[in-house]
Ligand binder design. Sequence first.
Ligand code: ZN
Ligand code: ZN
Length: 596
Amino acid sequence: MNTLSTKASRVATCWSFCDGMANLELLLQKCDSLIHIKKLQARLVTLGRFQSYPSITIKLLELCALPPVANLPYATTLFHYLQTPSTRHWNAVVRGLAQSLQPIQAISWYAAISRSPQHVDALTCSFALKACARALASSEAMQIHAQVVRFGFGGDVLLQTTLLDVYAKVGNLGFAQKVFDEMPKRDLACWNALVAGLAQGSRPSEALALFWRMNEDEGLKPNEVTVLGALSACSQLGALSGGERVHGFIVDAKLDTHVIVCNAVVDMYAKCGSVDRAYRVFESMNCGKNLITWNTMIMAFAIHGDCEKALELFQKMGRNGVRADAVSYLAVLCACNHGGLVDYGVKLFNSMAGGGMVPNVKHYGTVVDLLGRAGRLQEAYEIVKSMPMFPDVVLWQTLLGASKTYGNVEMAEMASRKLVELGSEGCGDFVLLSNVYAAHKRWDDVGRVREAMKRRDVKKVPGFGYIEVEGVIHKFLNGDQSHVNSCEIYSKLDEIKFRIKDYGYVAKTNHVLHDIGEEEKENALGYHCEKLAVAFGLISTSEGTPIQVIKNLRICDDCHVVMKLVSKVYNREIIVRDRARFHRFQDGFCSCRDYW
Ligand code: ZN
Ligand code: ZN
């Protein structure tokens, strides 16, 4: 307060002594609020000098448009007072808009300036491109890119880095790669942008390859931003040995002094199936733990179905004086969900409001799932009805899934209607509803749903899975025959089927609509990606080695049964990370206790 009032009185004193233009430069330096700006503007206008001091009006505009003042409406009004604005005047406004909550406006202003190209310089393009990155405006970025070349700024290294960053952020990775390849000189910033872009753009293998190329071939030292991209890539791939290598690099490069990096390491180990390693890193963090660290570890236990440890840690966090936030509660609710702790979960959910926390749609979704799985459909529905916000697609899908499990036709129909109203075109929604009808032998309704799917041209999400063997990632699609060892994999699958039959295995292929289900055709059921990956794991790793598979969709009933039996018959630990959680199959049992 003292500093502020001293500053204000200093400015006021200056004003009282300001009779001409002499003190203007000095005053500009002290300007830090809209009132000061307005006073200065008034003085300029009174002196009849507003148009004749461009250096001062540029500075005024910059003060107005950028933080801490950041009053864009006033900046644009001020701009319109100018009779002949220069490029720097335009740049001040475009820059401010690009950083504002409505970056799209910066692009409109850029379009207005570029109609008179003499007003555009490399900085204008750079600010407009940054606005494109924030507004995720891919086609606008491409248009500005074309103009960058036309205006002759194509060789500007800073602009090239900005272009690369924009393309990576808007997900146009083809163009990002192209800009990268064409750059005559690359600094660290551009490697970071591409590694992060590839990791976020679901191209994790390429992100990881680029990370090592940068480090080993180019001799550049990745910084914390780059390692975050590499760790995210490992997490997506479930690449444990790749992740260990990146972790080793982080320790050697002393990047583990950044808490954000350590948090990502904890998350990576958890997502790569090693919750123990995640906990070891969590315990040994010398850089201190923040709220995100605790939340990450609680969520790690939750997705591994280690409900008790998640709850224990949640309490320990409180004892350590760290105040839980909405994310912590979500993590604990997930733990209750995966561990089947229904009553405790509901109690926790109800206690949120008491702790001054407002549950968001994800908390509602988790508690509805929790009740739905336990067959308490009516209670789940009551919670949906009590929601202060609009229930989203995921929530109705959750209720639909529970209705299918418990054969509640009315609830399934109601949830499906809501999904159609919300415009959901998901294949899984239709399949769930048709399965509910099929279970009740309502064949006309089954036919009706099938027709609706055809009419709407419902697209299936293709299933795929990853397995890492000796540091190499192998990707399998459902029914994939493209792997070099395809023949051996398929004959191994035949052998698996033959051997598990002795343990009472019967393929769950009797579902009427499996031919149009999330996991497709009846005959393809036996060749789901996780089965192919596990068969490959069995033939390419030594006896006793655990086999870990990462799958993009939820594991189906049939694969779940097969994995349990394979773990017993072949005496192998099998870990499958599906869309929602980890399943650890050992000696014929799964860590999810068949509750997923
Ligand atoms: Zn399956
Ligand atoms: Zn399971």
